[in-house]
Design a protein around this ligand. Structure first.
Ligand SMILES: [Ca+2]
Ligand SMILES: [Ca+2]
Length: 188
């Protein structure tokens, strides 16, 4: 990651090497350059599979969302979540994950399309399911007679795809996403 002279903007470059020795030699050289802010190996992270909770509790909240009674964790954390300021509906909460199924019935109108850093295209559609699960926890519509109740349904999710269909997440994808976000802030 390099900072241009006199600028705050960071630029990220990827390089591929034939051997570990060649990579280490390049890293050594790059670190001597004062404009180089960070040198790091590209890693592959993995997201865990979605685990369906067994219903070993007493459903409490009666709402119009059919799956809300099974969101036992929402009852536990609701008092620790500060409600958004009145009228503050324009903020975006970024979900950097496998993308988001923005056609999902409980997320209609709740998703703003960011970018697909895995396939380098403008459509961060979810081909795994994990990102949609997370997006639903954040911003699923409440009392719409469908699915669950989101924690912050008056905010929208900013869908950023940094993990592929198999749940593998190259570190370079999330690094590129955060670098671009720094250059042009879009989400919180
Ligand atoms: Ca795509
Ligand atoms: Ca719902």
């Amino acid at each position: 990651m390099v900072r241009a002279p006199g600028k705050t903007k960071l630029v990220m470059s990827l390089a591929k090497f034939e051997s570990e020795e060649a990579a280490q030699a390049a890293e050594k050289q790059l670190k001597k350059n004062p404009r180089v802010v960070l040198v790091a190996k590209n890693k592959l992270l993995r997201i865990p599979p979605v685990i369906k909770e067994q219903a070993s509790f007493t459903p409490s909240a009666a709402t119009k969302d059919p799956l809300r009674p099974y969101q036992w964790w929402l009852d536990k954390i609701k008092d620790s979540i500060a409600p958004p300021p009145t009228g503050d509906t324009g903020r975006l909460i970024a979900v950097l994950d496998t993308g988001v199924d923005y056609t999902h019935e409980d997320l209609q109108g709740q998703v703003v399309l960011g970018y697909d850093y895995v396939n380098s295209d403008a459509d961060p559609y979810d081909d795994n399911g994990h990102g949609t699960h997370v997006a639903g926890i954040v911003a699923a519509k409440r009392d719409n007679l469908k699915g669950i109740a989101g924690i912050a349904p008056n905010y929208k999710v900013y869908a950023v795809k940094v993990c592929d269909a198999y749940g593998s997440c190259p570190l370079s994808a999330s690094s590129t996403a955060s670098t671009r976000q720094r250059a042009t802030p879009t989400w919180m």
